[in-house]
Design a protein around this ligand. Structure first.
Ligand code: FES
Length: 105
């Protein structure tokens, strides 16, 4: 795993959300009252922008058609078999980072 910095922690207070591209993948990053969460940024329904969804507690609602996901698990609120890939978030040297798999050589 390698640590990929996304944004300065000082610029990403609680209540923030953002969309970042890491090696061609969209990552949706959230800072909620419960901490930081990062999931794949494309909704499993039709690719809606998860990072632009409304957040209530740890639940994010896709802005396109309302699918809801638990940010703690990535699971769809009604069907846990549908699960957004998650990324581990770490804060290092003032940056909010995701742990990213090493690309196969
Ligand atoms: S694209 Fe997210 S609910 Fe349809």
């Amino acid at each position: 795993m390698k640590r990929v910095p996304l944004v300065a922690a000082a610029d990403f207070p609680a209540g923030s959300a953002g969309e970042y591209v890491v090696e061609g993948k969209i990552v949706a990053l959230f800072h909620t009252e419960a901490g930081y969460f990062a999931v794949d940024g494309m909704c499993l329904h039709a690719g809606g922008p998860i990072a632009k969804g409304a957040v209530a507690g740890c639940l994010v609602t896709c802005p396109w058609h309302g699918w809801q996901y638990d940010l703690r698990t990535g699971e769809h609120a009604l069907n846990p078999r549908l699960k957004l890939p998650q990324y581990v978030v770490a804060v290092a040297e003032g940056m909010v980072c995701v742990e990213w798999p090493e690309t196969a050589a």
